[in-house]
Design a protein around this ligand. Structure first.
Ligand code: RB5
Length: 150
């Protein structure tokens, strides 16, 4: 299950990505915004992030003007690792090495075709684990304790 969230700026791209998910039979839930009317991105970043950390969604996709506000807000939720997607290579690496569970896209930065290529890559790339697990665990430790023991 993929959770999607957007503000007013990201709404149109979110609709395109929903079409992509529906064409592929990928289960999703949309936490809003439900239209292009002005909406505050932290509200929807938080709603989507909580579904991921509560285990109700496997991963999340966020959409705003730049992807940055959504990403900053989502990363404030314990257990979220969110990056802004700008091209497929980094999106793949965010899965392989960083086990990112949320991806934010900026509708004013990338075009629709690029966005769909990034989403396709990100959804179809797995975490490699092994040496990268230790590093992800260290990120969690920083979040939990404010520092690193090791
Ligand atoms: C809205 O104008 C814009 O600030 C928002 O969509 C996002 O880009 C924030 O990071």
């Amino acid at each position: 299950m993929i959770v999607l969230g957007s503000d007013h700026a990201g709404y149109s791209l979110k609709r395109k990505v929903i079409e992509y998910l529906e064409e592929r039979g990928i289960e999703y839930t949309d936490v809003g915004a439900d239209e292009c009317e002005r909406a505050e991105y932290p509200v929807f970043a938080l709603k989507a992030a909580r579904l991921v950390t509560d285990g109700l969604a496997d991963r999340g996709l966020l959409f705003c003007g730049t992807g940055m506000g959504m990403s900053i807000a989502a990363n404030k939720v314990k257990g979220i690792r969110c990056v802004v997607g700008s091209e497929p290579y980094s999106a793949a690496m965010s899965r392989k090495h960083n086990d990112c569970n949320m991806l934010a896209l900026g509708v004013r930065v990338i075009g629709e075709k690029m966005a769909l290529a990034i989403v396709d890559t990100w959804l179809n790339t797995d975490f490699e684990g092994e040496r990268h697990q230790k590093r992800v665990d260290m990120i969690t430790e920083i979040q939990d304790t404010g520092g690193l023991e090791s």
